[in-house]
Design a protein around this ligand. Sequence first.
Ligand SMILES: Cc1ncc(COP(=O)(O)O)c(C=O)c1O
Length: 422
Amino acid sequence: MRNAGSLAEVDPDIAELVRKETERKELSIELIPSENATSRAVMEVCGSVLTDKYCEGYPGKRYYGGCQYYDEIEKLAIDRAKEMFGAEEVNVQPHSGASANLAVLFGLLNPGDTILGPRLDHGGHLTHGSPVNFSGKYFNVVAYGVNLDSHLIEEHEVRKLAEFHKPKVIISGMTAYSRQIDFEMFGRVAKEVGAYHFSDVSHYAGLIVGGVYDNPVPHADIVTTTTHKTLRGPRGGMIMGRGDLMKKMNKAVFPGFQGGPLMHQVAGKAVAFKEALTDEFRIYASRVVTNARELAEALQDQGFKLLTGGTDSHVMVVDLRGTETTGADAETALGKVGITVNKNTVPGDPRPPAITSGIRLGSPTVTTRGFRTEEMDRIAEFMRAAIDAAGDEAKLANIREKVVALCRNFPLYDHGPGRAHR
Ligand SMILES: Cc1ncc(COP(=O)(O)O)c(C=O)c1O
């Protein structure tokens, strides 16, 4: 018989950990730029009966019976994604951003082919060609970096490498780059050397849908994104692109790399996409950028140095080179006061990746909970105070109390599980 007991009855240990995590998130300032807080509706569908079903294949062509409602769900997700990005075809089945990128690279290339992607230590992602990732193991990788003074991507660097190495794929898109990426330039260079332009907008997707960051779709052959960062959906990935190429992408996703799609997550994507197509979301996206710009200004007023001197998006990287504080030290001190960030290498970082000389911050979650520019100024004050007080537990505890008080004024989960709509 199906067990009808609640989580607390069936597994009090896990239930207690969920409660603790809810409290941690509620009472801390979440500045990790790749996270967000999904709505109650998204959480509801991701925790629904849809978690049970096998639906290998695509709408209308499944390898299992009983998929009629799942076909409708997946078609809704696809149609909404097309509307959000103006894409010709979409695949909403990748389990994650990394799975989407895996499918794209193997869908477009043969092992040993050359790709030109952004350097991991200059803000790219592991799946863009890092030697420890499938992308670096199976393909011949050439990497472009940013200018070491301006920390900006430069067209002549991308073009020089593309002309010399003649890659089959050029990747645009970053994981720690705060400025507008010139997707049109990447598309132009790719055309000139006969490469595919593959753009990974995992970080910027919500800003693109909200109309505050350029859309690569008109300039790229294939675009991937995660659905859980600025797009504020459930964890997952998605691939968009030209109709002719998408046939290959679909085959690469299934049966190439995945079995049954996670249909509860696909349904969660559909719900999040519906939310993202509202005027409310456009306002949200624009506030994410306004808040990030304010935080960048306020941090600089507090004496922090930022790569590129600011941001055009939701993300920024604090450059701690030339100070006593490492990225790891800052992450620890900020963690103690309830400000969650991640340490991050900066271009040309003299410290190893487990220590680093930077921290990466972003505004998506704090904007979801209703923080505005005033609160950004307070975050910068707390950050300065916490980093200066590193090692002084009494001072850190005092700052922690202030962080908790601020968070209590902007509850995330005041209406039960799921974000309060602000
Ligand atoms: C640019 C970029 N691509 C891909 C990914 C991978 O996404 P996932 O963690 O869902 O595999 C990330 C995640 O941080 C990312 O920033």
